[in-house]
Design a protein around this ligand. Structure first.
Ligand SMILES: *Cc1c(COP(=O)(O)O)cnc(C)c1O
Length: 403
């Protein structure tokens, strides 16, 4: 007979059988719709994390669920050994949406970043003429680009990096937001600059104004590719399609993921210049599931949602509201608020509580979000949220800081 499912019984099961590589809040979600989730005991919570921006369109957006269902009833996987009737149209419309010329499909964000690194290196050897095996990629302090061995090779977060060596060489780290340091790090072997336009995991860190146009200029002058990791910042989160759009800067390659799969399946991509992605020839890179028919169907429906501009507008307008309301808490237990659009890093006053304590108190108030590092809450509600729901969450934060 099935045992009754309770929060406690699920947590015990997870702890007993799942690897302990996460430290979840003690809440067990069983159902969700839009901006709301329901736990196994019937309690409802406002989702203020959105799966780290994988759920930009909310839980189970009807258009995305319909696209997935329709595809599941017709064709799921072909591998790229054969053509299928979904792939090309998805790539065409994703390129049109992003103003790019070519699309390389993968599954997870980390794979998109890995792919961009491989393409940048190949471009450096075959097009730029960098000496074999000596290409360099400039990255930032406090970066987060995923969890593969190569990617953690250039992470300076000890938890992400330590004891996973030997590491992949070829990366140069400079302080995030320092354009002169990026320029100074460039040499004849530099293939690319790879950075997040706004650093998510680091606590929603926005670089100084002018940083991106200065980096773009340094890249142009030194024949270096600019690779923007928009996996978390992109696809309407900040109020524009790309966070880089706020600076009127174009990257040569963009990595996309998270929201591209509509919160349903993992879909990622590298999009960008044809003369750069064009270095890949048959057999030189790939993925069994990359761009498979279900991914193409869901990704295409995501592209359709983003084409209307509605979500970008919501993120802009509601983002102003969120930041105005959060600003009122500065000095009331909040030390600093950063971010853009519906994305905020909220530093808790060190004299008040830890991020974990505030996350727990917020859960008790019916709002789910998660700390990043000791003292920062990352807030990223689904873009379908309403102004009233934002007020509800900020009031809950005020109460949580008081509790
Ligand atoms: C989440 C994230 C990744 C990694 O994506 P996964 O799907 O977890 O592999 C890479 N870059 C950034 C900026 C991210 O936020």
């Amino acid at each position: 007979m099935a045992q009754q499912i309770t929060t406690q019984s699920v947590i015990e099961l997870d702890d007993a059988w799942g690897a302990h590589n996460y430290h979840p809040l003690p809440v067990v979600i069983a159902e969700a719709e839009g901006a709301w989730v329901t736990d196994v005991e019937g309690r409802r919570y406002l989702d203020f994390l959105s799966g780290y921006s994988a759920l930009n369109f909310g839980h189970r957006h009807p258009a995305l669920i319909a696209a997935a269902h329709e595809q599941l009833d017709r064709l799921t996987l072909t591998s790229r050994a054969f053509h299928n009737d979904r792939f090309g149209a998805f790539c065409r419309d994703l390129a049109a949406l992003t103003g790019t010329e070519m699309v390389l499909t993968m599954n997870t964000g980390a794979e998109a970043v890995e792919s961009a690194i491989k393409v940048a290196r190949k471009w450096a050897y075959e097009v730029k003429g960098v000496a074999f095996d000596s290409a360099e990629i400039i990255v930032a302090t406090n970066n987060f680009h995923g969890r593969t061995t190569t990617i953690v090779s250039f992470s300076d977060d000890p938890a992400a990096h330590d004891n996973y060596g030997p590491f992949t060489p070829g990366f140069i780290t400079v302080p995030y937001g320092d354009a002169q340091a990026v320029r100074d790090a460039m040499g004849p072997n530099t293939a690319a600059v790879l950075m997040e336009p706004i650093q998510g995991e680091a606590g929603v860190v926005v670089p100084p104004e002018g940083f991106w146009s200065d980096v773009r200029q340094a890249c142009d002058e030194n024949n270096v590719l600019l690779v923007a990791d928009e996996i978390q910042s992109g696809l309407a989160r900040t109020g524009k399609l790309f966070a880089l759009d706020h600076e009127n800067v174009r990257a040569d390659l963009y990595t996309l993921g998270k929201a591209l799969g509509g919160g349903i399946i993992p879909v990622s991509a590298v999009v960008g210049r044809r003369d750069v992605l064009g270095v890949l020839k048959p057999g030189q890179h790939g993925s069994t599931f990359g761009g498979y028919p279900v991914a193409a169907a869901v990704g295409h429906a995501v592209v359709d949602l983003l084409s209307t501009g509605e979500f970008q507008e919501r993120a802009t307008e509601l983002g102003h509201h969120l930041h105005k309301r959060l600003g009122e808490l500065i000095g009331q237990g909040v030390a600093e608020v950063r971010g853009r659009g519906l994305w905020a890093g909220v530093d808790i006053d060190p004299a008040a509580k830890t991020g974990r304590e505030v996350s727990m108190a917020l859960r008790d108030q019916g709002v789910l979000c998660k700390e990043t590092h000791e003292r920062t809450l990352r807030m990223a509600p689904p873009l379908v949220i309403t102004a009233d729901e934002i007020d509800h969450a900020v009031d809950a934060l005020a109460a949580a800081l008081d509790a």
